[in-house]
Design a protein around this ligand. Structure first.
Ligand SMILES: [Zn+2]
Ligand SMILES: [Zn+2]
Length: 413
């Protein structure tokens, strides 16, 4: 089968990083880039506790684009094994079932929890896995399969940027009939937002600011509304189509990232803008909780200054090496900065449940429909077109782009 793999070599890394400053398409040029379009064997079951899935849709995540653009911090490299097939967002059908798997059968529609924690690695649960924090597992580089945080970063499992992948039976989530495949492929990214909200829920009277109008920012909004949290929600977004989506999902205020956004954000949050002798405006007051869903220097700076004293910043954007961040607001306003990764178990209606099961349940109840956010689908062979579409966001009204393995050529909404 054909697959898009990531294969790190120092020459490829240095060459594409140097040329990529001027010509971004170099990051998906097969001759130079770490991204490789290859014919590979379908992945095989590591043991009889695993199943093979025929992927229908594979999502393109912001973290995948960070990987392609070589933006990831080298500190993540011990938790991957090269070469690996990219793609951790997947919906598909079970194609093969190991003999130790009893509750699953061939042909079943499923989504996948890609986290490769102790259970998938045939290990005794570590303290994190024992308390239901699989995404914080300390054995992500040990056990019966090669290192990898997730399916889509591990050499043995394949990923959704190839038509077949394998997953441990514990990672498979059957999809009810009420949840279509378009929502199915978004269960994984939506679960990241849902986990962040369930771990850091606002109070009903809180002022909430969401920075970023991409899929994760909008998913935080959808999660807050699906959980019937009646807080006031302001979204800080870049493009008008993001603002329109935010409006349709129930944001109270939408602020566009234009020249007047600082004053406008302060106004809707009932905060005051103060001018220092030199440099950026300082905000007095602000949101009780800020969900930061971009992960860039500017958005991190904004998240710190728009948080009210004693408030909390929840980091969902994948910030890595940041430059020139002014930390004054953190100590002066006694802010709490909370990191967030993937999903695990969360408190929901009095029970401790796997985040992905909560996401599927909210979709099943009709409280969450993210399918309008999938704006583009491409065949895997048209990957260059897919990445070009993502890199020219504004012109194309791009929100979520997925690979459609049933398509042999072309791309469309
Ligand atoms: Zn992702
Ligand atoms: Zn573990």
């Amino acid at each position: 089968m054909n697959a898009l793999q990531f294969d790190f070599t120092i020459p490829r890394y240095l060459l594409s990083k140097t040329i990529g400053r001027f010509i971004p398409t170099v990051f998906w040029n097969n001759h130079i880039s770490c991204l490789q379009w290859r014919k590979i064997h379908e992945p095989t079951l590591p043991n009889e506790d695993w199943v093979k899935v025929k992927v229908k849709y594979g999502g393109i995540c912001g973290s995948d684009m960070n990987l392609l653009y070589l933006h990831d911090s080298p500190s993540t490299s011990p938790f991957v094994s090269f070469p690996f097939t990219i793609g951790h967002e997947a919906v598909g059908q079970i194609d093969e079932v190991g003999s130790n798997v009893d509750r699953l059968s061939k042909g079943q529609r499923v989504v996948i929890n890609p986290v490769l924690s102790c259970e998938s690695r045939d290990m005794e649960p570590c303290p994190a896995c024992m308390r239901g924090d699989q995404s914080l597992c300390i054995n992500k580089n040990k056990g019966s399969i090669q290192p990898g945080l997730l399916i889509g970063a591990c050499h043995n499992t394949g990923g959704s940027w190839g038509q077949y992948l394998v997953a441990h039976k514990s990672q498979i989530k059957p999809l009810p009939d009420e949840v279509d495949d378009l929502n199915g492929v978004l269960v994984e990214p939506f679960s990241c937002a849902l986990h962040a909200v369930l771990r850091n829920p606002p109070s009903p009277n809180d002022n909430v600011l969401i920075i970023g109008g991409g899929l994760i920012g909008l998913s935080v909004l959808v999660a807050l509304r699906a959980l019937d949290i009646t807080c006031s929600i302001t979204m800080l977004v870049k493009y008008s189509f993001q603002g329109e989506a935010a409006k349709s999902y129930g944001a109270d205020h939408i602020v566009y990232l234009d020249k007047s956004y600082v004053g406008e954000t302060a106004r809707v949050l009932n905060a005051e803008v103060l001018r220092p002798v030199i440099g950026d405006e300082v905000i007095q007051g602000g949101a009780d909780i800020v969900y930061e869903c971009v992960g860039k220097d500017k958005s991190i700076k904004d998240s710190l200054r728009f948080t009210n004293s004693g408030g909390k910043v929840v980091l969902l954007g994948l910030a890595s090496v940041m430059e020139k961040i002014d930390w004054t607001a953190v100590w002066l306003n006694e802010l709490t900065i909370k990191g967030c990764f993937a999903y695990s178990f969360n408190e929901f209606e009095g029970e401790n449940i796997d985040t992905m099961d909560i996401a599927i349940e909210l979709m099943k109840r009709g409280k969450v429909d993210l399918s309008p956010l999938i704006t583009h689908r491409f065949s895997l062979a048209d990957y260059k077109l897919a990445f070009q579409t993502i890199s020219k966001k504004q012109k194309k009204d791009v929100l979520k782009v997925i690979f459609d393995h049933d398509k042999t050529v072309g791309g469309s909404a």
